[in-house]
Ligand binder design. Structure first.
Ligand SMILES: C[S@@+](CC[C@H](N)C(=O)[O-])C[C@H]1O[C@@H](n2cnc3c(N)ncnc32)[C@H](O)[C@@H]1O
Length: 295
């Protein structure tokens, strides 16, 4: 398959990822980060039944695994949904069980959208505001990760060394275990310049400027979420793949971090958006097919 747009650090394929993935070389990516379509949701790019969605994922996941380097891993962002108010669909948990059994989930991780709007019965039927998406992180147990790149920056809860001395006096009056552990945690985070991150990544759903930048993709992924996972799981200068690239947000994050990017997207309108966004970071992307046709 010929790439549709290419430059040194970035390649875009316009097509179904089920057709393109088998043409990519094995063991060639450090990270696959992707926000795929979800089943039973109406989108301008189509609606998949649960059965169609599983067919898609059963084709894509083994290919994703094949193209990853031995220490590479993949993150699939997935939002659960409901059959009707008060009855959730089980596809997310079925997927977790399947992929966990067949491949391996490194750790459960979740994205919390702190500005998710109340909807789907949360106001009218007294349900809770849905604000979590699963970040299904698959790979070998010893896959590459660098916690140092995603430490929670010091704040009032992670005092610097001077404030640590004051806190020591305070904490001594607590029951032994708590004081000891509390001190250990505070000392470790003061030394490392930040605290161990939680497995819930809190990122807003996309500011109006960010939505404008996506210029018409209806289900874009917040760049802060892509940025966080790419810093954590992709080594410096590494290679990132997104088989459901949409408006190219994963690619923008990759290029800004000095990493290379390959994106696959089936809708030409979104490929155009991705091409423009990536060109703004990278410089022009060429279209080999057009060049060949023009001679
Ligand atoms: C949730 S969106 C991805 C959003 C993207 N991360 C962004 O920020 O714009 C899912 C994308 O997958 C694309 N898609 C769905 N099925 C596909 C397939 N079989 N092959 C390639 N792309 C597909 C859709 O057109 C859609 O753009």
């Amino acid at each position: 398959v010929t790439p549709d747009y290419q430059a040194d650090e970035v390649t875009l394929y316009h097509g179904d990822c089920r057709a393109v993935l088998p043409t990519l070389p094995g063991a060639s990516f450090d990270l696959v980060f992707t926000d795929p379509p979800y089943p039973e949701i109406d989108r301008p790019y189509g609606r998949l039944t649960e059965a169609q969605w599983f067919d898609l994922m059963r084709a894509v996941v083994p290919e994703v695994r094949r193209v990853l380097k031995p220490k590479g891993s993949a993150v699939f962002v997935l939002q659960p949904n409901s059959e009707r108010v008060g009855r959730m669909r089980t596809w997310l948990w079925d997927f977790l069980a399947w992929v966990g059994r067949e491949w391996g989930i490194v750790q459960d991780a979740w994205w919390r959208n702190h500005n998710a709007m109340p909807c789907g019965g949360s106001n009218t039927h007294g349900l809770l505001r849905a604000s979590l998406k699963a970040c299904v992180w698959c790979g070998p147990p010893d896959c590459y990760r660098d916690q140092g790149k995603v430490l929670v920056p010091p704040n009032r809860r992670t005092p610097d060394r001077t404030r640590l001395q004051e806190r020591k006096r305070e904490l001594r009056s607590y029951p032994g275990g708590i004081a000891k552990d509390g001190l250990k945690i505070l000392a470790a985070s003061a030394q490392r310049g930040g605290a161990t991150p939680f497995n819930v990544i809190t990122v807003g759903g996309g500011s109006p400027p960010e939505r404008r930048e996506r210029r018409g993709h209806p289900a874009g992924t917040p760049i802060a979420l892509c940025d966080w996972w790419l810093r954590y799981l992709c080594p410096p200068g590494g290679a990132v793949l997104d088989p459901f690239a949409g408006s190219g947000t994963t690619g923008v994050a990759a290029l800004r971090q000095g990493k290379t990017f390959v994106g696959i997207e089936k809708e030409s309108a979104y490929i155009d958006i991705a091409r423009k966004r990536l060109a703004e970071v990278h410089g022009p992307l060429f279209a080999p097919r057009e060049v060949t046709a023009d001679g």
